[in-house]
Design a protein around this ligand. Structure first.
Ligand code: NAP
Length: 477
């Protein structure tokens, strides 16, 4: 603290959501030089880190190590974490406006987009988001059941999530055992009878949303080999344009990788991971007893639309693909938050560079901001959120300077503590989380695994109660 003249103005910020966007927002705020920010982060789950814990594939442990950065951010004494505290249930927007100058929504995209084709009600038709949350031990999804007793599975979409799902279905149990996949998922996948997994892209290989390292990794699986059909990865006019005219090296590499997968000499493993292009599911076919039996696929061709984008349209031909289980992986979708303007079609909070806007007037809603997927939609990698949060924080700082943030009647951090303790006495601090983290890693060591996750709120609260719980004061972080 300096003298009275150079004491910086204290600004209190509430961040809703503890995934990458929430942490990068906190980091940018805490780094500000002109104002002294205090950040309280709320999450409806007891554990922090959002999709890094419950979305990033368990066999991508290196990516998960980004949580060390988040631990460092959380170690700032001006940061507090309130886990198991749900916005709209335990704390409302009105509550937050009483205690904070700025409220930042970083809640991500918690559901998935719909296909809208017949047969979606059939047993065995799932969303990738559910499957991913299930194998990652998300408490809300642990009770789901996936029947892996049929030999063929289909994954609709060719983004990186679709690749994750297909890869996890193709991993051997020994490969999975080296990960932090939920124990129940390890058991179910260990008994899987799936032999053929089909990834289904509606456009061509050049337009596939997956990235090169992810598709390259498919060629290195122990028990499965990728397969492409030569005619589906052959040169089309768009590949020629991109690869030969523009000399786009990423595109050249992508096509080369996919072409190499059509060579039968590489088809040597037990399971097959088929990557198909130019097909759109138009119906999920049932077995007559309410279960998924396959997909009716419309064959497509590419064309350039008026806006210059390359799109697919049906040729009028169809094929039927047998599949005992189907996963839809066509993108995540944001969900509305109580009292916060939401753009239903885009699945995001209405905002301008992160400032939440009033749909009626187009003006900014004082002191309300968004960051990450709930701000811009479900695109980009973890690091993309750092820049995105930076843009939001620039707006916050500008608004603090111009007096356009909230003027909270009770900005005392102790008042928040009282509010939260009253509404959710079981709330968790970051220190509680670090305790849980240590126990999970310890449990993993016994089995040669990075960690064995707790997958229910009750288990977590129990573990904290059984003597390992640090004193309950967020100020101790
Ligand atoms: P995504 O990258 O947007 O991919 C969605 C896929 O669904 C695209 O192939 C899209 O095809 C397809 N699709 C959309 N609507 C469809 C329809 N009606 N019928 C058939 N196909 C349809 O989304 P995502 O895979 O969920 O990934 C979300 C973000 O997380 C991405 O930025 C991704 O890179 C990132 N992520 C990264 C990693 C990693 O770095 N390892 C892992 C997981 C996720 P069109 O292109 O034709 O629309």
């Amino acid at each position: 603290m300096g003298t009275r003249d150079n004491v910086k103005r204290l600004i209190r910020a509430a961040v809703i959501g503890s995934g990458p966007a929430g942490f990068y927002t906190a980091e940018h705020l805490l780094k500000q030089k002109d104002f002294d920010f205090e950040v309280d982060m709320f999450d409806r789950l007891p554990t922090p880190h959002g999709l890094v814990r419950s979305g990033v594939a368990p066999d991508h442990q290196k990516i998960k190590s980004v949580t060390k950065v988040y631990d460092k951010i959380a170690s700032d004494p001006r940061f507090r974490f309130y886990g198991l505290v749900e916005f709209g249930k335990h704390v409302t927007l009105e509550d937050l406006k009483r205690h904070y100058h700025a409220v930042i929504f970083a809640t991500g995209a918690q559901t998935d987009r719909k296909l809208g084709i017949p047969g979606e009600e059939l047993i065995g038709n799932h969303t990738a988001t559910e499957f991913v949350a299930w194998y990652n031990g998300h408490p809300d999804y642990r009770h789901l059941e996936f029947d892996l007793s049929r030999e063929k599975a289909a994954v609709i979409g060719v983004g990186n999530v679709a690749i994750d799902v297909a890869r996890i279905l193709c991993r051997t149990v020994d490969e999975l055992r080296e990960t932090d996949i939920a124990e129940y998922a390890l058991e179910t996948l260990g008994k899987s009878r799936i032999r053929d997994v089909y990834l289904l892209g509606r456009r061509g290989p050049l337009q596939a949303a997956f990235t090169n390292p992810e598709v390259r990794e498919l060629g290195k699986l122990t028990g499965a080999h990728p397969v492409t059909l030569p005619h589906e990865v052959a040169h089309d006019e768009f590949i020629i344009e991109a690869v030969e005219t523009n000399k786009d090296q990423t595109a050249i590499n992508k096509i080369e990788i996919l072409r190499s997968y059509s060579d039968p000499k590489h088809h040597t493993k037990d399971k097959r991971l088929h990557i198909r292009f130019l097909v759109s599911p138009v119906e999920i076919i049932g077995d007559g007893e309410g279960r998924v039996a396959g997909l009716k696929l419309a064959k497509n061709e590419l064309y350039r639309a008026e806006d210059g984008s390359v799109r697919s349209r049906p040729t009028g031909e169809f094929e039927v693909l047998e599949a005992g289980i189907v996963f839809r992986s066509i993108g995540y979708q944001g969900v509305p938050l109580p009292g916060v303007p939401f753009h239903e079609k885009w699945g995001v909070i209405e905002n301008e560079k992160g400032r939440v806007t009033d749909p009626e007037t187009g003006g900014h809603l004082r002191g309300l901001y968004a960051a990450g997927w709930i701000k811009r939609g479900p695109t980009g990698v973890i690091g993309t959120n750092k820049q995105d949060a930076g843009e939001t924080v620039v707006c916050i700082v500008e608004d603090v300077r111009s007096g356009a943030v909230i003027d909270p009647p009770d900005p005392d951090r102790e008042s928040v503590l009282k509010l939260v303790s009253g509404a959710q006495p079981d709330y968790l601090t970051y220190e509680d989380w670090l305790g849980i983290d240590r126990i999970e890693i310890e449990r993993g060591k016994a089995h040669g695994r990075p960690r064995v996750k707790f997958t229910s709120v009750e288990e977590i609260l129990e573990a904290l109660k059984s003597g390992k719980k640090p004193a309950k004061s967020p100020d101790k972080t």
